[in-house]
Design a protein around this ligand. Structure first.
Ligand code: ADP
Length: 440
């Protein structure tokens, strides 16, 4: 069963009107009670003054009693003494046609009774009740109407935001919600939502670029294979020529395989689908083992590859994933350093309590403007040179993911034409995996 869910506008109006009604009712009741008490007290005072005056005249100059009516307007009173009537005004006793209030004063010898007409008092109270009975519902009605109108005006930006948000889709991520007043709550909400939209738009653009770049990179080897195959088919070649054609096709297949594997690593890694382990890894050992597996490539180019392990430094990380990052850095250093150059891999502890692996080469270096962008997917400085070396521009993106996924960061320093230095920085840990205070 669907629950009754009134709109915010209706709820605001309801609460506003409800609270206001309660306040008005309390206020009206207060006024009524206050006025009644004041009027009652006034009449009681009047009766008390009447009794005093009558008693005084009765004691001092009883023959003047009839004068009281003329002088003081006391028209209704009676004096009894010893059980008999001593004096009584002509209008006594008060008739039942009007409401009266009576007061009595008595002692052993006399009893004075006075009465005052209560009609005016009751009339005043009745008028007040009528005014309030008409005024309160009127005020409540105004409160409901005004509240509904105000709530509508107040919530108008929400309606505008919702209407706009409904129209925003993948194709219109550049649109933004209207911000009426950036400082009020709705404005802040719209601002936060717009920031989210900006981030989504960036992510979408990045994804589109990535897809376009990936398609492009996949097409290049396919085109090469196709043209090599077509040319070979057109002419009648001998077995040796066919072998050559197949060999160059396999080269392109290798390139495709590498590309697809790299793409898979990146997309799996960034969507968190690669299982992670954490263990204490000696970075010196890691550097030595990566150098061992790549030194053949350096030898081919007559480069000298040196490993330096100043002091044992350890970090808590996934060794296989971190290794992938170091491999990519070292591979790049070999690729982008001309034959005869020198490459150094150093594991060291920084004073700031961090464990560091540095990969330093004497190659071409990286221009300052490109130093941050080289970590982007498919970003290459010199496309021809990079592709010749077998690169598609994913190596550093994978290296950065591998390091950041292990809680570290990757830095680059370079002097153009004089080599590059890539630095992997990880939090340093003790042998038992506890965070280390100061690295050795
Ligand atoms: P690739 O697979 O093309 O090598 P990377 O992501 O590994 O792609 O590197 C991106 C770009 O950064 C490369 O095209 C190259 O121009 C530049 N680069 C990377 N490492 C070095 C280095 N050690 N020396 C000079 N340039 C480098």
């Amino acid at each position: 069963m669907r629950q009754w869910a009134p709109s915010v506008r209706a709820r605001l109006t309801f609460w506003h009107a409800g609270v206001l009604t309660l306040i008005i009712c309390l206020f009206s009741a207060g006024i009524l009670v206050f006025v009644k008490i004041r009027l009652d007290r006034g009449l009681d005072d009047q009766i008390r003054r009447d009794l005093e005056a009558i008693e005084k005249v009765y004691r001092e100059e009883p023959w003047d009693l009839p004068e009281l009516e003329r002088r003081m307007g006391i028209t209704l009173f009676e004096i009894l003494g010893g059980g008999t009537v001593v004096y009584r005004t002509p209008a006594w006793p008060p008739t039942g046609a009007y409401p009266y209030r009576t007061g009595v004063t008595e002692n052993d010898t006399f009893r004075i009774t006075v009465a005052r007409d209560e009609t005016a008092l009751r009339q005043t109270l009745r008028t007040l009740v009528v005014i309030l009975a008409i005024g309160v519902p009127g005020a409540v009605g105004l409160a409901v109407g005004g509240g509904y109108f105000l709530a509508g005006r107040l919530l108008a930006p929400v309606g505008a935001m919702a209407a706009k948000a409904r129209r925003i889709g993948a194709e219109s991520l550049a649109d933004r919600l209207p911000v009426a007043n950036p400082r009020d709550e709705f404005g802040q909400l719209a601002g936060v939502f717009n920031d989210t939209l900006s981030r989504l738009q960036d992510a979408f653009d990045q994804l589109r670029r990535f897809t376009a770049d990936a398609s492009h990179e996949l097409r290049t080897p396919l085109t090469a294979m196709r043209s090599v195959g077509e040319v070979a088919l057109q002419r009648s070649a001998n077995a040796a020529e066919y072998r050559e054609v197949i060999g160059s096709m396999l080269e392109e297949v290798d390139r495709l395989t590498r590309l697809v594997e790299n793409l898979l690593t990146l997309t799996r890694g960034e969507s968190g689908r690669i299982p992670f382990t954490r263990e204490v890894v000696d970075l010196g050992d890691l550097a030595a083992s990566v150098s061992d597996s790549l030194h053949v490539l350096a030898e081919e180019k007559h480069q000298s590859l040196e490993v330096e392990n100043a002091a044992p430094v350890k970090a808590l990380c996934d060794p296989a994933i971190l290794r992938q990052g170091v491999v990519n850095l070292l591979h790049n250093a070999i690729k982008y350093t001309p034959g005869g150059g020198t490459i150094r891999v150093v594991a060291l502890g920084a004073k700031s309590g961090e464990a560091v692996i540095e990969v330093k080469d004497t190659g071409l270096g990286i221009p300052a403007g490109d130093r941050q962008r080289i970590f982007e997917r498919f970003y290459r400085l010199d496309v021809g040179r990079s592709r010749e070396a077998g690169g598609v521009g994913l190596g550093l993106a994978i290296a950065r993911w591998a390091v950041e996924a292990n809680g570290g960061r990757i830095e680059v320093e370079s002097e153009e034409g004089r080599g590059a230095l890539f630095r992997i920085v990880l939090p340093f840990v003790e042998d038992d995996g506890r965070p280390g205070a100061v690295a050795p």
